[in-house]
Design a protein around this ligand. Sequence first.
Ligand code: THU
Length: 136
Amino acid sequence: MDYKDLVRLAKSAMENAYVPYSKFRVGAALLTTDGLVFSGCNIENASFGGTNCAERTALFKAISEGSRKFSKIAIISDSKDYTYPCGICRQVLSEWGLDMEIIVANSNEEFRVHKLRDILPYAFTNENMEGRYISE
Ligand code: THU
């Protein structure tokens, strides 16, 4: 699965975005280390804080289906600018490793690739808690 394919899958997930409030469609496609893809869209709510971003939709689908090792996530929106994950999504993704590649695309399917560790410097992880909660 190359970057381009993952961007295309993110774009097709974007079609399912539920965005009556922002009208801003986002799609994400998350690749596991064993080659599975989980996609997601943003899902808004009349109580705005209940909104879920596309990245977390894809991630939570994957976790709930038993996957925990990820290599890449592609993110796209209907904007001509590159769509970067929000701070909450960066933090939530970091739980599963800072080496994950983040592919940010624009509506033309042009993309850039970053490591999660580079877009979330000084990340707060379990190690910052001296590993006291997760010890393995
Ligand atoms: N959104 C995402 O789904 N992912 C991002 O990376 C940025 C923001 C959504 C949340 C909300 O539905 C809309 O975009 C506007 O913030």
